[in-house]
Design a protein around this ligand. Structure first.
Ligand code: IVH
Length: 708
């Protein structure tokens, strides 16, 4: 960076207090210009949005108090969004606005909004309550879709609100956006909404980037913005985007419904994706209804498949909206209630190495505790050495930490210019920090691994936790604290050692009450009755997940057959390729792994083994050999229940849609998987369709594509 010191003030600059108002205003202008350029033009933000907003608000406050300090080039006056070379500028027929943010997120914030609206409309207490629509504030980028006579003709970014960039080619690659409206051909209909990237699509994209050793994206919004403004539509198409409509631009020849909520319903009927999480708060309880929605969605936030940064409340009646009008670039009839930011600044106190079950060494940043995405975070993953280097993270650095959804917190970037004088570059240790074994990196792999195997206490701990988890043999109460104690005290070295624990030994551990010790013994006893797939999965063979364990169990019926199967036989199992076959063979070729199985059997662990004929019976199950993908929310079944039913019927549930998928079962808010199914011609069922499939025993349903 040419002027790294410019960014020095990103964190509350100690110098700020010593500056006069004109000096601070000038400093803030410079900072905001620099950050905005990185954000809008380079797509490489250097501080979290919330931090930018804080600086922006500080400048606004200075200018409001001392209007003589307001300069024509202040970022508060100039609307951002420089048009990149290579894109055609488009002037918006109707300017694209932004929304005022209400900082008070308690009920009083919504009440204040309602009070302001009523005051501005000149309503008294005697007048009827105002109806409000509440919807999610999606964290993507605003797009204007212009349909003429029902056909998509241009798509443009917001730009500075007056003029954006024409990105029609890229937007056409977004499967969710209809190229032609369903059943409507108004002369002009501009639909506005948010283009975003789902979190799972974002994680998968970054995973691909990491595997290739390429630059990862900071967050889904950034990845989406990059994809939309990608000059090569072929690259844009590889970055799956989604869309939600939330408003209108220019309209000619369409009777716009009288309320915002009815307008969204109408857009939905035309084939536009509209988010199902929305409500209309009516009656005297209006503001409370808005706040209840804010709270309900706040609780759901982590489970949504996409990022939101708040809730938007809008006056529902279009007529009232028109009466209220605008102040500067913000409508008076809308307000945003934000949620805690999912990105925050903090400092790296150290870089630790975590050793996983398969020996993978993960560098983890130890952080000054920071409240982010609704929880306090004290460490965040740096993924691997190459990513750490690319991000140039060093101890003492101020970094941006992101925590969104149930994804583990990660360090997404460093704030430049804040580095203490000299800090040596981080190096991967040559020896495992836990067991001292040699650390290796296979050619072509990005991960470093400890070669200690089960000799390594860290790997042993992870192996025990893996075995004891609910989806494997399930030992209730065997959590990481207890496992640490068991391994560190030397009581447990291998999986079979677990079954040698008695109440006496357990109760002798620190902070272990007799009752808890007893509970663990009971849980261990209970875990002895398991199933072959759970047992196989619990062994922790690399590349053998739950689904593969089930396939192996179904195919071979007995563990001894699996332990002795040559690679060719393993390859005959559905979805087992050379890497998985090799891994299974390697595992069972190690005498100590076979011994573990024998000792567990000797300890009384039993599982229901299938006779080979059971495998033949499986062929009669209604979904035998079928792969299904679940997407969206089904009306009555939870995802787990649907999965269990499909598996009981002999089918398999996969995470992504390919041409080998037999069916996609779609519920409400089905996302990109549904689009992909439609694009590939994979049959799509609703819950009733799934139920019908499950009961048509043995029958081959009509539209099954021929198996490759
Ligand atoms: S309405 C009337 N509704 O937030 C104002 N905007 O700060 C026009 N956004 O640029 C926007 N979710 O990118 C509206 N449900 C929603 C939204 C939403 C996200 C974004 C949009 C806009 C920004 C305004």
């Amino acid at each position: 960076m040419s002027q790294p010191d410019l960014f020095g003030g990103a964190a509350p600059a100690p110098a700020a207090a010593e500056l006069s108002a004109p000096e601070r205003a000038a400093q803030l202008r410079e900072l905001l210009h620099a950050h905005a350029h990185r954000y809008y033009v380079l797509d490489d933000p250097s501080i979290p949005d919330a931090e930018y907003d804080k600086l922006f608000a500080e400048l606004q406050a200075i200018e409001a108090a001392q209007p003589e300090l307001l300069t024509p080039d202040s970022p508060t006056q100039r609307v951002l969004g420089k048009v990149l070379d290579g894109f055609t500028p488009v002037r918006h027929a109707v300017p694209m606005l932004s929304i005022r943010t209400e900082t008070d997120t308690e009920a009083s914030g919504a009440e204040a909004f309602d009070a302001r609206i009523r005051r501005e409309l000149g309503l008294t207490e005697a007048d009827a309550p105002v109806a409000y629509a509440a919807e999610l504030k999606f964290d993507g980028l605003a797009i204007n879709l212009r349909y003429e006579h029902g056909v998509l003709v241009t798509a443009a970014t917001r730009g500075d609100g007056e003029q954006g960039e024409e990105v029609t080619q890229n937007i056409r690659t977004v499967g969710q956006i209809p190229l032609r409206l369903h059943g409507a051909t108004p002369e002009v209909l501009e639909v506005r909404g948010e283009v975003y990237m789902r979190r799972d699509d974002f994680e998968a994209l970054n995973e691909r980037q990491r595997a290739k050793g390429e630059k990862t994206f900071v967050n889904p919004r950034n990845a989406a913005a990059g994809a939309v403004r990608q000059l090569d539509p072929a690259i844009a198409a590889q970055r799956p985007l989604s869309f939600f409509a939330y408003g209108l631009g220019e309209v000619k020849g369409w009777d716009v419904p009288a309320t915002h909520s009815a307008m969204l319903d109408a857009l939905q009927a035309m084939g536009m994706p509209v988010c199902a999480h929305r409500t209309v708060a009516l009656g005297a309880t209006g503001p409370q209804g808005l706040v209840a929605f804010h709270q309900r969605m706040g609780a759901l936030r982590d489970t949504l498949p996409f990022d939101i940064d708040g809730i938007v409340y809008k006056v529902d009646s279009r007529e009232l909206q028109e009466r209220l009008g605008f102040v500067s670039r913000e409508p008076r009839w809308a307000v945003a209630h934000k949620y805690p930011a999912q990105e925050q600044l903090t400092q790296v106190d150290g870089i630790d190495i975590q050793v996983g079950r398969t020996g993978k060494l993960t560098p983890v940043a130890r952080l000054k505790p920071v409240f982010v995405g609704g929880v306090t975070v004290t460490n965040a993953t740096l993924h691997n050495l190459f990513e750490l280097r690319r991000k140039r993270v060093r101890i003492g650095d101020t970094v941006i930490v992101r925590r969104a959804g149930d994804v583990i917190p990660e360090v997404v970037g460093v704030v430049a210019g804040e580095r203490p004088a000299y800090v040596p570059n981080f190096r991967m240790p040559a020896h495992c920090p836990v067991c001292g074994s040699t650390v290796v990196r296979e050619p072509g792999e990005v991960d470093h691994r400890c070669t200690g195997g089960l000799f390594c206490a860290a790997q042993r701990k992870q192996a025990l936790l893996h075995f004891a988890q609910r989806r494997a043999v399930e030992v209730e109460g065997l959590g990481d604290k207890l496992v640490d104690q068991l391994v560190d005290s030397g009581l447990v070295r291998t999986l079979p050692d677990l079954y040698k624990l008695g109440v006496m030994k357990l109760a002798a551990l620190d902070r272990m009450a007799d009752k808890s010790a007893q509970n663990i013994v009971v849980a261990l006893e209970k875990s002895k009755q398991t199933t072959l797939p759970r047992f196989l999965f619990g062994l922790g063979i690399r590349h053998v997940g739950e689904a593969t364990a089930k396939d192996l169990a179904r195919h071979f019926g007995q563990i001894d057959r699996i332990m002795d199967a040559p690679e060719e036989q393993l390859l005959a199992v559905r979805d087992v390729g050379p890497v998985v076959a090799r891994s299974i063979r390697t595992f069972f070729d190690q005498p100590h792994n076979r011994e573990v199985v024998e000792q567990l059997r000797a300890a009384g662990v039993t599982w229901t083994e299938h006779e080979p004929s059971a495998a033949a019976d499986a062929a009669n199950l209604p979904l035998f050999g079928k792969t299904l993908v679940l997407t969206g929310t089904l009306p009555t079944l939870s995802r787990e229940e649907a999965k269990a039913l499909i598996e009981e019927a002999g089918g398999k549930v996969a995470g992504s849609v390919s041409k080998k998928t037999h069916y996609v079962v779609a519920g409400e808010e089905a996302g990109s998987k549904l689009e992909k199914a439609q694009a590939l011609g994979v049959p799509v069922l609703d819950e009733a369709g799934l139920q019908a499939l499950l009961t048509t025993a043995g029958a081959t349903p009509p539209e099954v594509p021929t198996q490759e």
